[in-house]
Design a protein around this ligand. Structure first.
Ligand code: IPM
Ligand code: MG
Length: 370
């Protein structure tokens, strides 16, 4: 009998992305995981040369795959992006939009699961999972500059902000935070299901419903209703500001956190910062039919090409992929090998205070796995 191998899109992207994915591939091969790997174009180069960091051909390739591993991406603000476009493409209306954000939206990868835990014994261990809503909030892409006067009038019928109406529309910029009942419901339900399946004790919703009354209020309302269906799991609510402070001071009070897109983005970096930095923070973007696994870190241009990037975040993301593909034993074994190497602490990349290369770290993990 022949079993079909999973087809995994391999999206190195920018900076250290390709390096950490190379190391990941070496380790996956060494532990005996078999798959078909399909490289595809994504990243800054394609923006500069084609006006699109996520070319159509890449989307077509992705549609033929089981899931994707993604390395890292360079994202720059609009004016910098336009300046770096090939001269022939300038003033033709191309606007930069982060390809990873596009992927999450296009494939409806609504749950961004970002575990953060300490691997070495320290006085305040951290073990939290941040689940970030991945399709709406401030990332929905509903933005405008200039802001058409009619839009302002519709958003502010009572003229609470009359001074805006007198301004030049090009001096008024607007980014809309959008939240729907359906998206709130599916993310919170997913989080409770995850907490239940992992035997986690608590879910904390992080919002700011005292100020963001419409969007935050909807999320709180939905979360309370969903939480009532899971009486065995302790449900808490926290404001984003105090949650940041408490996460630093008393991380043990958090277990699984659910937050809208931007709050989840910030909280997951904060949590990663508490556990040894971005070199150890993995993530999984999961939808109903597709998933993209990626380290939380960026493209780190300062160390790109030097062969010293920490591959652990990508490798831990690969363990999440193995779990999703139902190769659970292999996932557990690989996680244990990574944990052993980090606990021993003799082979460490510079971000962890050592001087090992990406390849040496990968070799140590392979040795620990065998
Ligand atoms: C992340 C990153 C991305 C995001 C950037 C690169 C667009 O910060 O995955 O957390 O903001 O989602
Ligand atoms: Mg981020």
């Amino acid at each position: 009998m022949t079993t079909r191998l999973p087809r995994i899109a391999w999206l190195g992207g920018d900076g250290i992305g390709p390096e950490v994915l190379d190391a990941t591939r070496t380790v996956l091969d060494a532990i005996g995981f078999r798959a078909e790997y399909i490289p595809a174009d994504i990243g800054w180069k394609f923006w500069c040369e084609e006006g699109n960091p996520l070319p159509q051909r890449t989307l077509e390739v992705l549609r033929t795959t089981t899931c994707a591993m993604f390395g890292a991406i360079t994202s720059k603000p609009a004016t910098d992006a336009t300046r770096e476009l090939a001269p022939a493409l300038r003033e033709r209306g191309f606007t930069y939009s982060s390809p990873i954000v596009q992927l999450r939206r296009q494939f409806n990868l609504y749950a961004n699961i970002r575990p953060a835990r300490t691997f070495t014994s320290i006085p305040t261990p951290v073990d939290v999972i941040v689940v970030r809503e991945n399709t709406e909030g401030m990332y929905a892409g509903l933005e405008s500059r200039p802001t058409p006067p009619a839009l302002l009038a519709a958003l502010d019928p009572q003229r609470k902000l009359p001074h805006l109406r007198e301004m030049d529309p090009s001096d008024v910029a607007i980014s809309v935070r959008i939240s729907t009942r359906a998206a709130c419901e599916r993310i919170v339900t997913r989080v409770f299901e995850l907490a239940q399946s992992l035997g986690r004790r608590r879910v904390t919703l992080v919002e700011k419903a005292n100020v963001l009354r419409a969007t935050g209020g909807l999320m709180v309302e939905v979360a309370r209703a969903v939480a009532s269906r899971y009486p065995a799991i302790d449900f808490r609510e926290a404001h984003i500001d105090t949650a940041c402070m408490d996460l630093v001071r008393r991380p043990g009070e958090f277990d699984v956190i659910v937050a809208e897109n931007l709050f989840g983005d910030i909280l997951s970096d904060l949590a990663a910062g508490l556990t040894g930095g971005p070199g150890l923070a993995p993530s999984a973007n999961i939808g109903d039919n597709y998933a993209v696994f990626e380290p939380v870190h960026g493209s780190a241009p300062d160390i790109a090409g030097k062969g010293i990037a920490n591959p652990c975040a990508a490798l831990l993301s690969a363990t999440m992929m193995l779990d999703w593909l139902d190769h659970r034993e292999r996932a557990t074994a690989l996680r244990a090998a990574i944990t052993r190497v980090l606990e021993q602490g003799t082979i460490k990349t510079p971000d962890l205070g050592g001087n090992a290369t990406t390849k040496q770290m990968a070799s140590a993990i392979i040795a620990a796995a065998n």
